[in-house]
Design a protein around this ligand. Structure first.
Ligand code: CP
Ligand code: NVA
Length: 300
């Protein structure tokens, strides 16, 4: 059997993704009732993080503990990869010992190369191009609050970045319409636009994109690795803040999401992110439950 990886949402079928969302909600309910469920006893998850993380790292580690397994945090500063050991050698050695590997890194191509050389499932914990684990939590959160996301209208406001790309893939896989409002110089990758064109609309006006939307989503203006562009981006994105006047264009029952960490007063105002339409804390918590469903799917 070929090894299944989770490098982007396109690695799973729509049916598998939908089943995973239902399963995430079941796993969460059982966990909250105090049920002990240990399908990954003696299984080990290796975790390589080349960028900072709070939610992703803690949710994977905690998920493995709940499931009776163990997670190893592997900082490139400590493993030989950081001293130049080839990626393919690292993949081959690690995958001969652990049962699954999650990686947060810069280059998506390098992640894919690692996966090609791994004999166990590899999970994308964020690259410059995609953040698929976050989308599992976001779709689960929408489903819990409003029912199925299929047929809904979602609006992405801000950078055409890794999160935006993952929302584009999610629109295709889960069957919703994604309106994207981004500055002209910060559009998503052309190949991802081409692959999702039947499910997305791109414009450069936040209010227009938000009209009658069911869910408004944004992210930081400068992602990890772009810190030196912060000032330039603050100018470019000035018209792309999610504030009350943007939220008022959306449906009255629209939700607001943000993957976090957030910069209040930049991409979103405090009254929106801390207001009644925001579901960011459920969204963050669901990283744990959605990824447990993912780990179960790949490993159990
Ligand atoms: N949303 C998210 O991935 O958060 P971390 O960077 O804290 O993992
Ligand atoms: N776009 C952000 C997401 C952080 C979870 C980044 O890549 O830094």
């Amino acid at each position: 059997m070929t090894t299944r990886h989770f490098l982007s949402l396109l690695d799973l079928t729509p049916a598998e993704l939908n089943a995973m969302m239902d399963r995430a909600i079941e796993i969460k309910t059982a966990y909250k009732q105090g049920d002990i469920f240990e399908p990954l006893k003696n299984k080990v998850l290796g975790m390589i993080f080349e960028k900072s993380s709070t939610r992703t790292r803690v949710s994977f580690e905690t998920g493995m503990i709940h499931f009776g397994g163990k997670a190893l945090f592997l900082s490139p500063r400590d493993i030989q990869l950081g001293r130049g050991e080839p990626l393919e050698d690292t993949a081959r050695v690690l995958s001969s010992m652990v049962d699954c590997i999650t990686i947060r890194t810069f280059s998506h191509k390098q992640l894919a190369f690692f996966a090609e050389n791994s004999s166990v499932p590899v999970i994308n914990a964020l690259t410059d191009d995609f953040h698929p684990c976050q989308l599992l939590a976001d779709v689960q959160t929408y489903q819990e609050h409003r029912g199925s996301i299929k047929g809904k209208t979602v609006t992405w406001i801000g950078d055409g970045n890794n999160m935006c790309h993952s929302y584009m893939n999610a629109a295709k896989q889960f069957g919703f319409t994604l309106n994207i409002a981004c500055p002209e110089d910060y559009t998503p990758y052309p190949e991802i636009i081409a692959n999702t064109k039947d499910h997305i609309n791109i414009c450069h006006d936040a209010k227009q994109a938000s009209t009658d939307s069911d869910l408004i989503v944004t992210d930081v203006w400068a992602s990890m690795g772009q810190e030196e562009e912060q000032k330039k981006r603050e100018i470019a994105f000035a018209g792309f803040q999610v504030n009350q006047s943007v939220m008022q264009q959306a449906r009255a029952d629209a939700l607001f999401m943000h993957c976090l960490p957030a910069h209040r007063g930049e991409e979103v105002t405090a009254d929106v992110i801390d207001g009644p339409q925001s579901v960011i804390w459920d969204e963050a918590e669901n990283r744990l439950h959605a990824q447990k469903a993912l780990l179960e799917f790949l490993l159990a």
